[in-house]
Design a protein around this ligand. Structure first.
Ligand code: C2O
Length: 571
């Protein structure tokens, strides 16, 4: 049993929060609520292609917020459950990459931690695409960031402290409650989305309170729409509070974002069609929650083992970090390294769109993870009144309940399914010749590796496919200090030039954003997973016993591939 010891934590002002249950983390009613619901892996393609977006429930839900939160169950140290939590009292110096200026990342001390309560009777904040933010909205946004920059560094709401939050949660400042020797890492696992949602929730409210505007909403960098596929111009005015000098000089507007950017390739403007295809592949057809959110991360888990690994949402987001950061800096600061990313106002706007992807993905008919360790995982943030608040993942699943939503804008990628480069008949004329290779093997830049991967099942019924997503699992080890990317192709073995999201054979990309963490030196292991059910159908390969998998290293060499297999992930 992985027990956790939250005693130093329970100093809540909410009496109900100390309620515990001797046999379970949850009272009966709650258990039934979290019981796994079977969701079809395919139910939602239809909804996605109709371009249905989230956001029509706002009137109903806003203001009802207190209900779920009021239950306020604290975790029970004796329960058989292990939600991860940061240990504030043991917060220490971060492990920084070479060349980084020493910095402290822990928040100011507080003697009291309060439990989160939903905002009540407040207007809904509607987040807009950054490229459409003008006039009064722009003035307010700049004023708010300016006011945040002017707060003294030891104020938890200050620009410096807000940026430090990201450093603390991903560079080894925090350890886990009950596991003093275990680092807390909010990337490469299922806590990625909830952590960043809460981070922005407080950031947005602090900005609003600094300009006395309860409707203030953080814009989103609409990089999934052709009109938003460049650094929003509001961030590029050098005199503005939104400006950060540490960005890639070659990627200023009107240069288009390249969602599959290859750092070592020709640094050309992105391609709209390739971007939209990549969005389809990563956000429309991935149905299994763990493939979208990332793998489980529970209290007592060590970050960077093959149990962990990012989902598709995080992987796509990684490229925008690397693409935006200043590559003349030692670690791609600011956006290109996790310890410094929060220093660029663009970071929050980027994450506002990542957060929007979560809502969109659910609007396509997909469901949140229901595992109690996910739902009870918790984090600490200072709010707009400088109170230290403990928040839980289960309270952030519905953004409208948190008091914000996103302006509905077209989703041009909902229908941009890429086409196969070769049909089955064409493949038959020039059959694949790849044999299976021995693992482990080490990837070298510009050297393709192909292997044959056996499929445990083939020609599954539609029902089976809808219940479990066929998933390609790559177990890899790499040096996390390096920016790394490799692409993964299916039934394609010939040439790196075919590694474009515009081809159906392109399955996805592994992307690492440079960062450091002390545990087990620099050895980083994880499982990179890609849902391939629909891809294999479109490649007319669903009746085959095996699939050829080709890895195309794009930048950052030395990745060790330890395992490649096919598994099935619940929808
Ligand atoms: Cu915490 Cu965009 O990363």
């Amino acid at each position: 049993m992985a027990s956790i010891s939250p005693l130093s934590f329970v100093s809540s002002v909410n009496a109900s929060a100390t309620k515990t249950s001797s046999s379970s983390l949850f009272p009966k009613g709650r258990q039934s609520h979290v019981a796994a619901t079977k969701v079809s892996c395919n139910a939602s393609n239809e909804e996605a292609s109709n371009g249905i977006a989230h956001g029509n429930r706002r009137d109903v839900l806003i203001g009802l917020g207190g209900l779920a939160g009021a239950a306020g169950f604290a975790y029970n140290p004796f329960a058989f459950a292990a939600p991860v939590a940061p240990d504030l009292q043991a917060c220490g110096l971060p492990t920084l990459p070479a060349g980084a200026k020493p910095v402290k990342c822990c928040p100011p001390a507080s003697t009291k931690i309060i439990d989160f309560e939903f905002p009540k009777n407040q207007p809904l904040r509607v987040r807009k695409p950054a490229h459409k933010v003008t006039g009064d909205d722009l003035v307010k946004y700049k004023e708010a960031i300016k006011a945040m920059r002017e707060l003294p560094d030891d104020d938890p709401r200050s620009f410096t402290q807000q940026a430090a939050i990201h450093c603390a949660y991903c560079h080894n400042s925090y350890h886990q409650v009950g596991f003093p020797d275990k680092d807390l890492q909010v990337h490469y696992s299922w806590i990625f989305l909830p952590f960043h949602r809460w981070y922005l929730y407080f950031y947005e409210r602090i900005l609003g309170s600094l300009i006395n505007d309860p409707t203030f909403a953080l814009p989103f960098w609409n990089w999934d729409h052709p009109d938003g596929m460049e650094i929003p111009s509001i961030f590029t005015d050098r005199r503005s509070s939104l400006y950060d000098p540490l960005r890639n000089a070659n990627h200023q507007p009107p240069v288009l974002v390249d969602l599959s950017w290859n750092r070592n390739g020709p640094d050309t403007s992105g391609d709209v069609d390739a971007n939209l295809s990549l969005m389809y592949t990563n956000f429309v057809e991935v149905k299994a929650p763990l493939n979208f959110f990332g793998n489980a991360f529970r209290a007592g888990d060590t970050p960077y083992t093959v149990k962990t690994g990012a989902g598709t949402c995080e992987s796509v987001h990684n490229t925008l970090h690397t693409w935006s950061g200043d590559r003349t800096q030692p670690n791609g600061e600011d956006m290109g390294s996790l310890y410094s990313a929060g220093r660029d106002p663009l970071f929050y706007c980027h994450h506002s769109n990542v957060d929007r992807m979560w809502n969109l993905w659910k609007s396509f008919g997909n469901k949140d993870i229901t595992d109690p360790d996910f739902l009870e995982s918790n984090f600490l943030f200072y709010d707009e009144n400088k109170n230290l608040v403990r928040v839980k993942t289960k309270d952030c699943l519905d953004s409208v309940k948190l008091g914000y939503d996103f302006e509905k804008v077209p989703i041009p990628w909902a229908k941009t399914k890429p086409k196969a480069r070769r049909t089955k008949a064409e493949r038959a004329q020039k059959p694949l010749t790849t044999k299976s290779v021995d693992l482990p093997l080490t990837l070298e830049e510009n050297k393709l590796v192909s292997t044959v991967v056996k499929r445990p099942r083939r020609s599954r019924s539609r029902k089976e496919k809808d219940e479990r997503e066929e998933t390609l699992v790559l177990e890899i080890e790499f040096d996390r200090r390096k920016p790394i990317k490799f692409d993964v192709l299916l039934n394609e073995e010939e040439d790196a030039q075919f590694a474009t999201p515009k081809n159906r054979e392109f399955a996805g990309s592994f992307v690492n954003v440079s960062h450091t963490q002390k545990s087990s030196a620099l050895k980083t292991e994880l499982a990179f997973k890609i849902g391939i059910t629909e891809k294999l159908i479109d490649l007319e390969a669903d009746d085959d016993d095996s699939v050829v998998v080709t890895l195309v290293p794009q930048y950052g060499d030395g990745v060790i591939v330890k395992g490649i297999k096919i598994d099935y992930e619940d929808c």
